[in-house]
Design a protein around this ligand. Structure first.
Ligand SMILES: O=c1ccn([C@@H]2O[C@H](COP(=O)(O)OP(=O)(O)O[C@H]3OC[C@@H](O)[C@H](O)[C@H]3O)[C@@H](O)[C@H]2O)c(=O)[nH]1
Length: 415
């Protein structure tokens, strides 16, 4: 089932409203015998036809409403645009004058994030939200048939390493199968530019650090495996077409919009699988008694896992640059990280300083699916896309995110 909305009209279906009012009017006229009213009925039918014509010509088809992007890319489908990274990407695209259609099944994302975007960009046709599940190929095809997308940014995915070890099939369906659906719809509707959200989890646990794009991909958890399979499918398919593909392998994403409009609002019911940033903030807010550090016996300097934390503002900048550099018949693969590894203990210290709360810490056994140390070599993306991370002060990124957390105690309300 597809529900559409643009501007402030979430789920509002104008065509059915117009039809309903026409039918009601005609029904009331039928009950009256006055001949003089025949003219009024004819007039009203004409009005109905005009209304229906309007509602069947949605505003997003107007090509003059937006400044053409210099590369001709104007209308971007953002799958998972109600989620943490997708909503930040949508905001950046809208700020850069792109037209954006968000497709999200709201299983992990938040309608509240879409509402924030709609309030910021209320002009008809700038932003369209479609509630749909990417597993529903019929619905996805309908969306592509009704819109002329220039590019797809495919963010929609479940993304918890721990959960993937418990519910692997959910991950293969949601990540791998749904990517097939997106690719097939792109092929059927001649959409040729894809920016794909991949992950450092596809590398598994390489022996040599930092991780380069040529580092062998040997994922050790279903999340990483599902993303690696999706990458392979995308590459195999793109080799048979003139598609322009960019695969971005994110490291660990943190932070939020510096202007405080968007943030990270994970589902409370998924807290047990939650990422380190969410867990630290929950502990700082007293929602959970303390932070559980999962594993202290790794072969790292302080025994806890090492990760490369990348600010979401930098990450979405990498997407915009990837879109601008995407070329037909080419697959670009890039690590998106800072190049610096930080341990969980270092992360917790930074979070204590950012929040001003002496977060209580409990040390537990390792979490299944975890690897000891990953951090990127981001030199390829610097060289080829002129991108480097700007927000590299971990404490500052966490401070920005904490500010949003404190002012959104219930997230977006999870609706
Ligand atoms: O409550 C927690 C959460 C996490 N951690 C630890 O913190 C480290 C980072 O874990 P996170 O769950 O935040 O992130 P992960 O490294 O597992 O994967 C993350 O980065 C890559 C992305 O593509 C994934 O989507 C994202 O989940 C791990 O060592 C983990 O064990 C804790 O010690 N306690």
């Amino acid at each position: 089932m597809v529900h559409k909305g643009s501007g402030n009209g979430l789920f509002h279906n104008p065509s059915s409203l117009a039809l309903t009012s026409c039918m009601d009017f005609l029904d009331s006229r039928r009950k009256s015998n006055s001949a003089g009213k025949v003219i009024a009925v004819a007039f009203f039918i004409a009005v109905c036809i005009v209304m229906l014509k309007q509602v069947y010509s949605p505003s997003y088809t107007s090509p003059d409403m937006f400044a053409q992007h210099e590369l001709g890319v104007t209308h971007v489908l953002v799958t998972g645009g109600a989620g943490y990274i997708g909503s930040h990407a949508a905001l950046r695209l809208l700020k850069d004058s792109y037209r954006v259609t968000i497709v999200d099944n709201l299983s992990r994302g938040n309608l509240g994030a879409v509402k924030v975007l709609q309030e910021l960009f209320p002009e008809p046709g700038r932003l369209q939200f479609i509630y749909a599940d990417l597993g529903d190929a019929k619905a996805v095809n309908k969306i592509f048939a009704e819109n002329a997308f220039d590019a797809v940014m495919h963010f929609a995915a479940v993304a918890y390493v721990g959960e993937s070890t418990i519910e692997p099939l959910r991950y293969y369906h949601n990540i791998t199968s749904n990517t097939l659906v997106v690719l097939e719809a792109m092929a059927a509707h001649n959409v040729k530019t894809l920016i794909y959200s991949s992950t450092c989890a596809t590398y598994g646990e390489p022996i040599k650090m930092p991780i380069r794009e040529e580092t062998p991909q040997l994922p050790i958890n279903p999340y990483g495996k599902a993303k690696k399979m999706a990458e392979d499918i995308i590459i195999d398919f793109s080799n048979t077409t003139d598609m322009a593909v960019m695969i971005l392998r994110y490291f660990n994403v943190i932070g939020s919009d510096p202007e405080g409009r968007l943030g990270e609002a994970p589902r409370p019911e998924l807290r047990e699988h939650g990422r380190i940033s969410g867990a630290c903030f929950d502990a700082a807010r007293g929602i959970i008694p303390g932070l559980k550090v999962k594993g202290t016996d790794y072969k790292t300097a302080d025994g806890t896992c090492v990760r490369d934390y990348i600010d979401v503002t930098d990450l979405v900048d990498a997407h915009v640059k990837a879109l601008a550099h995407a070329k037909p018949r080419k697959v670009g693969i890039y690590n998106v990280g800072t190049g610096k590894g930080r341990s969980v203990k270092e992360f917790v210290d930074a979070c204590k300083k950012a929040t001003g709360v002496d977060i209580k810490v409990e040390y537990l056994d390792r979490r299944p699916g975890d690897y000891a140390e990953v951090f990127s070599d981001p030199s390829k993306i610097k060289q080829e896309l002129s991108w480097t991370a700007q927000y590299t002060d971990l404490q500052k990124s966490l401070q920005v995110a904490w500010k949003w957390q404190k002012s959104h105690l219930n997230g977006y309300g999870h609706g």
